[in-house]
Design a protein around this ligand. Structure first.
Ligand code: ATP
Ligand code: MG
Length: 404
């Protein structure tokens, strides 16, 4: 027998009564985005559950994708069968023959939502239970924690049988908390920061600063590949490439070596904030981790942060590098992050960046530049692409590209 659909139960959103439908619609769209790599799968959602209709797609692959989507408590693949006692009997027999192994216990959990159906739930349990004993005479019934719990639900349009439940990712549906701009480098930390923001429902747009020809197309592709890895948790992500060459050259020409990094970061922060404003984001998210490098002392953070009053979320700020790497590996971004393509910061990085830069000094050096004009030109030059989850065909194309 083949599963016809996957029944999806909502997570934490159930507690937020007022916004329930908005949450559900977000989650439905996110699931559709994530499952868009299986074109035949169709997704619907109602107040209590969402459904992914398989239309012949491989349920194990779809289940793997669903396990990642934030806002899902758990889900069960289900068989849809005709609402007739005879059909139900042979269905439970067939399923049990496929799944039963020596010594296993079972129970039937019948539920009749369609009250016109000829058997009530107690009668359903009895009738289908006897059908199972007939097919597998040695099987034992057990009410508490059976090995196989066959859930049978009689609904308006059909009957549904399920016995497997997979745990979902929890968290909140991406987008249910509003939008934030993720400052995404090609490093290890910022994709992890993005993932953690997604987990609590923040819809992210990835802002990436590129300084061609100092940075290579490889560095850009790396940032896009990282973004693609993040789409599996909540759907498509807008990738915003910011032209940063002019600013880096200007800083290099006008400011002392020790302040290059601080000034670079202040410009990034200003530009990200401006893009956020235009695109209706509420916060900025970055991958700063306290004490990791010179730009990440508290003094540095203060001097960099001084250019905006927008909240800056730093999901990995208190984590050790090894803790961050563990997450990067779990979300499959680590191998991309360690590819040897330098981003704009590494290339212009001074040997000895100041670890306690002063706001006053930074402002002084910036007086030598046309800050407003530089920011405006960078914002005017952004390029936006929508990144979608990767299909197997894309993966094959990538492999071929890499081989050539
Ligand atoms: P990451 O591993 O995320 O690159 P990092 O430990 O290398 O972080 P920094 O290089 O100091 O730290 O960068 C701190 C944060 O600044 C990054 O986590 C990221 O959010 C942001 N950032 C740095 N470079 C870029 C870039 N080229 N484009 C966008 N954001 C960037
Ligand atoms: Mg970095």
């Amino acid at each position: 027998m083949q599963y016809s659909e996957i029944m999806i139960r909502y997570g934490e959103l159930s507690t937020k009564h007022k916004n329930r439908m908005r949450f559900i619609n977000k989650l439905r769209n996110n699931i559709s985005d994530v499952l868009s790599i299986y074109p035949q799968v169709k997704v619907t959602a109602d107040r209590d559950r969402a459904h992914a209709y398989l239309n012949g797609a491989d349920y194990t692959a779809v289940a793997e994708s669903l396990k990642q989507v934030f806002g899902i408590q758990n889900f069960s693949p289900v068989y849809k069968v005709e609402k007739s006692v005879e059909v139900l009997k042979s269905a439970v027999q067939e399923i049990m023959k496929e799944t039963y192994k020596e010594g296993m216990t079972f129970k039937i959990t019948g539920k009749r939502s369609d009250h016109t159906f000829e058997l009530d739930s107690r009668e359903l349990n009895q009738t289908l239970g006897s059908a199972v004993f007939k097919a597998i005479p040695n099987v034992k019934a057990q009410m508490k924690n059976p090995d196989i719990n066959l859930q049978v639900e009689i609904r308006e349009e059909a009957a549904y049988i399920s016995y497997e439940t997979f745990r979902g990712a929890g968290g909140l549906p991406v987008g249910s908390s509003g939008k934030g701009m993720l400052m995404l480098s090609g490093g290890i930390d910022s994709p992890v920061a993005g993932y953690l923001a997604l987990k609590r429902g923040v819809d992210i747009e990835a802002v990436h600063f590129a300084s061609p020809p100092y940075t290579s197309p490889g560095a850009l592709k790396k940032a896009q590949d990282l973004t693609r890895k993040l789409t599996k948790f909540g759907g498509n992500i807008q990738f915003i490439e910011v032209p940063f060459t002019e600013i880096q050259e200007e800083i290099k020409a006008k400011a002392p070596e020790a302040y290059l990094m601080t000034l670079t970061r202040r410009f990034m922060m200003r530009i990200t904030d401006r893009i956020r404003e235009v695109r209706n984001g509420l916060v900025i998210i970055n991958g700063e981790s306290l004490g990791q490098v010179a730009s990440q002392t508290l003094e540095s953070m203060q001097t960099i942060n001084a250019v905006t009053s927008t909240p800056v979320i730093r999901p990995v700020v208190t984590m050790d590098k090894l803790e961050i790497i563990d997450i990067a590996q779990a979300i499959d971004t680590f191998d991309i992050s360690i590819q040897p393509f330098e981003d704009c910061c590494t290339i212009f990085a001074p040997d000895r960046p100041k670890t306690n830069p002063k706001i006053k000094n930074a402002e002084q050096y910036e007086k030598r530049m046309d800050v407003k004009g530089l920011v405006e030109r960078a914002v005017a030059g952004i390029m936006i692409t929508e990144i979608t989850p990767q299909t197997e065909k894309d993966e094959v194309d990538d492999l071929i590209d890499n081989l050539l």
